[in-house]
Design a protein around this ligand. Sequence first.
Ligand code: CMP
Length: 139
Amino acid sequence: AVQRTFSIIKPDATKRNLTGAITAKLEEAGLRVVASKRIRLTLEQAQTFYAVHKDRPFFGELTEYMTSEPIVVQVLEGEDAIAKNREVMGATNPAEAAEGTIRKEFALSIGENSVHGSDGPDTAKEEIAYFFSGLEIVG
Ligand code: CMP
């Protein structure tokens, strides 16, 4: 079925001018960018977005990193968009990411891993609604 998922191009990637290269990989995978904006997260927004990880030892590092430079938030649409996006991103840890994936090609480390993608339909819905109003998504 046609789905929507939420994607972030992270600080390590925007800083290295990889916004276009990463977006090209997403598009080549059959995903359509139906919303996109460059923003700088506040610490409060990062803590809210990553609240599910608040008890993890890397929470402080993660939220500070996500506020360190601008990010690009996007809504991606396509057939099985959630799984397709996860496939083209590759494993969280770039050392374990498959050849040809975004993280294999661009990520620096498990923290500076260039992209985020929703892990399921419920989180996709929540994450899209956190960053975009309905009017900003044009399918
Ligand atoms: P993301 O998909 O954005 O969701 C949670 C993030 O936590 C994950 O990508 C990683 O970038 C980050 N993360 C996971 N494990 C670690 C770790 N051990 N150290 C630092 N960051 C991590």
